[in-house]
Ligand binder design. Structure first.
Ligand code: ADP
Ligand code: MG
Length: 429
């Protein structure tokens, strides 16, 4: 099959990387020494792209290059390399809004569809830390900041209409990546699809039940409508725990190639949903029942803090850093106008909360029944144990999607997660 690449595109091999970077002065300076001193290794563990780590005497960089097909599947599934352009644009916008949580960019090459950015070390992918049971005391605080700052800045509260429309026009073309989400997250788990897979035979009945569950299907399609129709802000579009790199002190969001103007709840929900997946996977990583009780509590506290701080910071930005053409502060001067503004903010945050829960549920479902699974579950070797964790996660996912509006706050959602464990695993949750 002919792969669609711009003239001049070639995919780099380890041996090509150093000579390419030698031609990029900003990067050569960062690495220090000369080309022969640079060590290159390909480390891409993601689903789509090549990632090279390059280390020189004075520092390291990461070179990420888009391949013209889905790496996980192969050349039979072509995917435009132009996604690197959207990733670069999104990184630029995110670093303006939340510079402490986005890797620094040194270079972008549109023809080769590659970005050179800061090498985050000794940071690891959050998902791997969650599997090992590592506590990240600042994670919730940092991610709440990242979410509030990036989403607010690109919303109609944070930027003027003309700027937003121009920015949106750039991202409207990210059709293929959006299409992946539309199919894989919102549709395939609820129908028979070739790419679907699940722990079988343990989950066969559960998967069949999902495919004939009217209210659940309806919820999935309503969230899909929202995803496709509500251009609230520039969203990262893939903010799961595999797109976050952490140490105890620092938190970075990477890999925004799915970015477009969509519903904010999708980003908040991606994080929350993946934390719930981590929560339910913990029993699969215990050497004795209850070993990870304290860690489970920390995950739920993290979910609660992410939402609570996000809510506070988003409102604070609305009140103090307003820059958009809606809800202009001058309209709300008197006490009664202020009360009306407060009510509008409450309603806005409430909708966002219900969206986040629902989108989180969609993301959880697809990781159990769809094409791409998560290591949290996949690394549980015993299929019976894994299936137990996955069934619990599926149950919560349905509740979040179908009944999200009955939760009066994040504490109630966490209580539902605990209840699922109590009911199905017969353990104190
Ligand atoms: P993909 O889009 O193919 O999923 P990612 O951007 O997620 O690619 O990167 C794949 C992997 O490369 C990450 O899981 C991480 O291990 C590593 N990586 C990516 N960017 C960096 C970085 N800036 N610093 C260190 N490691 C990185
Ligand atoms: Mg990616």
């Amino acid at each position: 099959m002919a792969l669609d690449v711009p003239p001049g595109y070639r995919s780099l091999k380890e041996a090509d990387v150093s000579s390419y970077l030698a031609g990029v002065p900003a990067v050569a300076t960062k690495l220090g020494g000369s080309v022969t001193d640079w060590k290159v290794r390909e480390v891409g563990d993601g689903n789509l792209n090549l990632v090279f780590i390059v280390e020189g005497p004075s520092g390291g960089v990461v070179l990420k290059q888009a391949l013209p097909y889905v790496r996980l599947v192969g050349e039979s599934w072509p995917l435009p390399v132009r996604r690197a352009f959207f990733e670069h644009q999104a990184l630029a916008a995110e670093s303006k809004a939340a510079p402490r949580h986005v890797p620094r960019i040194f270079h972008f090459d549109e023809t080769l569809a590659l970005t050179v950015m800061a090498y985050l070390t000794p940071h690891i992918i959050l998902r791997k830390g969650l599997i090992r049971g590592i506590v990240y005391p600042k994670l919730a605080d940092h991610m709440a900041t990242f979410l509030a700052e990036t989403l607010f800045a690109t919303s109609d509260l944070g930027q003027p209409a003309a700027a937003k429309k121009k920015h949106m026009a750039l991202f409207c073309d990210n059709i293929e990546l959006c299409r992946i989400t539309e199919d894989l997250v919102f549709t395939d788990p609820w129908r028979i699809a070739e790419a679907n897979r699940w722990t079988s035979p343990q989950l066969d009945a559960a998967a069949a039940a999902v495919r004939s569950d009217g209210p659940w299907k309806r919820a999935a399609q309503e969230f899909k409508l929202k995803f496709m129709g509500e251009a609230q802000a520039l969203i990262h579009g893939d903010l799961h725990s595999g797109s976050i790199m952490v140490t105890e002190d620092e938190t970075y969001a990477i890999d925004p190639e799915f970015a477009f103007y969509g519903p904010m709840g999708f980003d908040v929900g991606a994080l929350i949903g993946n934390l719930y997946l981590a929560y339910f996977s913990q029993s699969g990583h215990e050497t004795w029942p209850g070993e990870r009780d304290g860690y489970r509590d920390w995950i739920l506290r993290t979910i609660e803090t992410v939402w609570t701080l996000f809510d506070q910071r988003f409102r604070a930005l609305w009140n103090k850093a307003h820059g958009g053409d809606t809800f202009m502060p001058a309209l709300f001067a008197t006490a009664s106008e202020q009360a009306a503004l407060q009510a509008a903010q409450d309603a806005y945050m409430r909708r966002l909360f219900v969206d986040a829960l629902g989108f989180g549920g969609c993301k959880m479902t697809r990781r159990i029944l769809g094409l791409a699974h998560v290591e949290d579950m996949e690394s549980i070797a015993d299929p019976d144990r894994r299936a137990e964790c996955e069934k619990q996660a599926l149950r919560l996912a349905r509740v979040l999607m179908v009944e999200g509006s009955r939760f009066d706050g994040i504490g109630a959602a966490n209580e539902a997660a605990r209840a699922v464990r109590r009911e199905t695993a017969k353990v104190p949750a």
